[in-house]
Write a protein that binds this ligand. Sequence first.
Ligand SMILES: [Zn+2]
Length: 333
Amino acid sequence: MKDWSEFPVMSRKCDYCGTVNSGQTFWAHERMLGTGKKFELWRCSLCKSVILLDPPSDLSQYYPPSYYSFRQKHQGDFLGRKLLVSALSRGLARRANMTMLSGFLCQSQLVVLAEFVLESRVDREKSSLVDVGSGSGDLLTYASALHFQSLTGLDAFIPNDILRSDGVAVKRGTLKEVTGEKDLIMFNHSFEHFENPLGTLREVHRILSPKGLCMIRVPVAGSQASEYYKSDWVQLDVPRHLTIPSERGLRECARAAGLELLKVWYDSGPFQFKGSNQNARRSVESVESESSRTELKEYGPKMFDIGYRIMAAKLNNRKAGDQAAFIFRTANH
Ligand SMILES: [Zn+2]
């Protein structure tokens, strides 16, 4: 596999750390819809954040109605609510070492949500929770068991507003249209779908209440998987992911928007290896003939992806997993 030093370079301003530098350019294929279209990316040579260089003018064709987050899958199933409430009430997630735990749980987003609410110490009955890029609002439905004063989803890509039976309201729109103060704001793998991360974080700063917290769950560039797999890293997900921050890049961007990083929880899982290896195999297949095809190494036993899960948990503990939850508050507390 090529080293980063062998890629062409281009000078531009990094959307995250804000410096002008000669970062590497590389190409990646659209994989989720199977179009195979190629898109060019730029990797900041200082903070290692990754930027999609020329996003298509009409991205809606890459978000078909069947896109996973628009499907109303759950009304908040019993097990999910129980897990969340139990994790919250007993502080289970914190004691059991959240980063290790999430590597083994299939619904890590519930543990992270519980941990976020615990961290905030807000009086939930007087507090608001906003999920930016909520899709049809499934995650908020789980939160409805926690008795928040208001639960609002926000998504620019849904066809129309949704009012769910559990009181969750999902609005078609962006942060710019939000008025008034909000106590908890979260982005669950949506931040990377927005252009202009600094502008988005400034909007967060504008509406975040003085003691409020913002959680951003994102893929992390500069992680071991992103640096190793490069254009085959599964979380590049071109052209839907417009920018992917490194920890350093996101921290510096947030600081420029008046926010400070309070905590980081790495919660990567087996997908970083499984998905990226699959991409790598497809890349090899597209350039090599059947006879010279190389079989890429698979790690660990296949059953339950135990090998991958252990590797992910180890990376999370070293803050080197390929996704994390970053908790921010207003600076100068
Ligand atoms: Zn940078």
